[in-house]
Every structure is written in C-alpha cells, then in structure tokens.
Design a protein around this ligand. Structure first.
Ligand code: DOR
Length: 427
C-alpha cells in the first residue's frame, strides 16, 4: 500500500518541522516527509491525496476516553468509539477501565485488545484499574494487566480515597515504568454535589462540588508522587487551585503531568443554567477564573495535554432530572474545532496545539506514536483549520449524542484520518 499526501502544510512538533510538501507512506510507515530531500522512487503508482491548503499532522491522540465495552454497549462500543475517534481526527485512543466488568485483570484487558484489533479502526490502548473493582481497597492485578497491554493505571471516576493504597499503587507501578493517572476528587467533600459549588448552584438550588474537593486530592497525589518518585498524570484538571499546585510541583521537579478537557477550557458553570444535563460532568464546569487559569496553564506548559474525557451516555439516561443524570459528555468529535479556537484566540500556536494532542500524550504514556518522522507508524490527520463547521450531534459517529456544543459554529474540519497507512475516515 502506497499513499502520497501532496502539497499540505506538514506540522510535526515532535521533530520541530513545519514545512509545505509531501508525505509519502509505504507499508504502513512514513517513508519521507517534506524535510527529507532524497527522492523516493516508490512514489510512482501511489494513491494520491491532494492536501494543498490543508494541515497534515500526526494523527491525534486522546489519552482519556470511555469506550464502555464490555458492559455498557448501549452507550458506546469499541467499534463505535473508534469510528467517533476517526471522525474527530484521532488515530490513537486510550480507554479508561470503568467498564463492566472493570478492567482490573488481564482477561478484561485481553478482551478489549482483541475487540480493538478485530473491530476497531484506530489504535486502542487500555488503562487498567488501580484497585480491584475500583473500590479503592486492594490493588488490582497491575503486573498482569501491564503484560497484557495496559499503558497506565487509574480508578478514573472513582478516586482512590485511601492515601496508603494510593502510595502502594505508586510504589508498585514504578517497576513497570507506567504512570498513575488520577481522577483527583475528595468524595467526602463532593458529597451529593452535581455541579460546581458557587453562585450558579445556589441560584439553581443544586448541590455543589467545591473546587477544594479537586485541590486537596491534587495536593495529596503530588505529595505521594514526590515521596515515591512515580510519574503521576493528573486527569481533567478543572480548577485554578490545581493549576497552581501543578505549576509549583513541576518547578520543584516532581514527576507530574496534566491534562485539560476542551469543555473545561471553553465553558463555565453558567452552561448549567437551563438545567441542561449535557453540561453535567465530573469534574464539573467551574468559574470563569478557573477557565482562565486553565488557559494560562495550557499556555505556559503547566497543562501538557488536551484530552477529551469522552464519556458517552444514552439519551434516556441523560433525559432525567439534573440530580439523577450521569456525569459525562462525548468529546471525540468536537475536540479539534474547540482546540483550534485556542489557536484562533492567540492562546496556542497551531504547532503548540498539535503537540498537546500528539507527541506529548504519546510520550506521557509511551505509545511510540505522534510523529511523522521517517519510519514512524503512518498515523496521520489531514484537516482544514479554517473551514467552518456547525456541530450537529445527529451526525456524530458515537452511539451517544450527549454534548453541550450542539449547534455551535466553529472552525476546523477533519478531511482524512489515516491509521497505519490506511484511510479510516474521509469527510
Ligand atoms: O464526567 C465523567 N464521566 N467523569 C468521570 O470521571 C467518569 C465519566 C464516565 O465514566 O461517565
């Protein structure tokens, strides 16, 4: 299989290259890109994609996705989650363990890997649970899950409340060189809260989740990462306090990285005003001060990665009273245009944004992807950064449509998604 992507602006932050020209792909690998001067003979007879005026970048990588299979196939399956990813320009996704059964042992990991190989159209990397059943009590079979293909451990959605258990997990996982990904939340402080604690929750009469419930756990987990030396990755950062804590920890040399989700850097808790359950997620949408702190963190590198926390839920589950609806929104098909807004607003450069969605997430989880260097797997996205798009949830490839961005006018259209040299999505 030969593929020639012609004449695009090729941006490869991993190698610092940003140049107009061709990318040539053969046998699932990048053979050459515009910075290579040598002429490649094999280009003759290749399938050609005209990318003039378009951006050619490493396929996007999302390190925070809920695929729901096994157990919740009415929300999403590995197949539909992969199709949604491809439509959003993602070539690799990392899936969280809160399935049913929970991915806390090698047989579940193997099931996910097998399904992904046979039915998935993008690369799928599983995260194993930290504790058995995500109950926060005893460690899961971390070594076996690592052997079976898990690239990190997390009890996402269910924070490990017992600090001693978290310490043991951090100490144990060091042997495998994979990170602990933390959903930082003090469940006792959150109580029965369903949105950010503040003026809006008071006005709406809804239970609040204080920022402190995230901040205290970020602080604890940083302290434990400092104690153990383990790589800690903090998921879906939502508060100004967390950004401050992570910035200070990085300055001290703590082995910590962090991600922010497009909904947190785009919206505030005002989006809940109409009791829209599609604006309900955990951590919740916060205040404008928090949103601005995230933007500052993205800008200065405190926040390393943009990740979606793609959390599909069915229409029936979401169409209930706000208090009863599950937390979470889909994100794979809105992430690129929402992130491009950061570029339009002068917050990130285009290569800077691409880096946070390709080479940095790859490095954090050691995925060996996220670059267009010769010899790399031919995972590529081609997009038009200026093309207007209207978010239309009825067109989502995801099985679930729970987005607060329906009807939004944005820019950034994915034209092709290529995995291992094969076109898996074309607009
Ligand atoms: O909003 C969320 N949804 N936050 C989480 O931590 C879990 C996720 C889910 O699984 O639905």
């Amino acid at each position: 299989m030969k593929l020639l992507i012609k004449g695009g602006r090729v941006i490869d932050p991993a190698s610092g290259k940003d140049k107009k020209g061709n990318v040539y792909i053969e046998d699932g690998k990048v053979k050459s890109h515009p910075a290579d001067t040598k002429k490649i003979e094999g280009e003759k007879g290749a399938q050609v994609i005209d990318a003039r005026g378009k951006i050619v970048a490493p396929g996007l990588i999302d390190i925070h996705v809920h695929l729901r299979e096994p157990g919740f196939e009415h929300k999403e399956t590995i197949r539909t989650g992969c199709e949604s990813a491809a439509a959003g320009g993602f070539t690799s996704i990392v899936c969280m363990p809160n399935t049913n059964p929970i991915n806390d042992n090698a047989s579940v990991t193997e099931y996910i890997m097998l399904k992904a190989r046979t039915e998935g159209i993008v690369n799928v990397f599983p995260i194993g649970a930290i504790t058995k059943g995500e109950k926060g009590e005893t460690l899961a079979q971390i070594g076996e899950m690592y052997e079976a293909g898990c690239v990190g451990i997390s009890d996402d959605g269910m924070p490990v409340m017992n600090s001693k258990v978290m310490r043991h997990a951090m100490e144990y996982v060091k042997a495998f060189g994979i990170p602990v990904l933390t959903h930082a939340e003090d469940k006792n402080l959150s109580g029965h809260g369903v949105m950010n604690e503040g003026d809006t929750s008071t006005l709406l009469g809804l239970g609040g989740i204080p920022s402190a419930s995230e901040d205290v756990m970020v602080s604890r987990d940083i302290t434990l990462a400092e104690l153990t030396g383990t790589h800690l990755h903090i998921c879906h950062v939502s508060t100004a306090g967390s950004v401050r804590l992570i910035r200070a920890a990085k300055k001290r040399g703590v082995n910590v990285t962090a991600e922010a989700a497009p909904h947190h850097f785009t919206l505030t808790d005002r989006a809940v005003a109409e009791y829209d359950t599609n604006a309900k997620m955990n951590p919740p949408l916060r205040r404008e001060e928090d949103r601005l702190a995230l933007i500052e963190g993205l800008k200065d590198g405190t926040i390393d990665v943009i990740a979606t926390d793609h959390a599909p839920h069915s229409e029936d589950e979401k169409k209930v009273e706000f208090d009863l609806a599950p937390f979470g929104i889909v994100g794979l098909e809105t992430s690129l245009p929402l992130s491009l807004k950061l570029v339009e607003d002068g917050i990130l450069t285009l290569p800077g944004m691409i880096e946070k969605m390709t080479s940095i997430p790859s490095r954090i989880l050691n995925l060996g992807r996220g670059t267009l260097e010769a010899g790399a797997p031919a995972d590529v996205v081609i997009f038009d950064a200026d093309a207007p798009v209207k978010i239309d949830r009825t067109k989502f490839r995801s099985k679930s449509k729970n987005t607060p961005f329906n009807g939004w006018d944005l820019k950034g259209r994915v034209l092709y998604t290529i995995v291992g040299g094969k076109v898996v999505y074309s607009a």
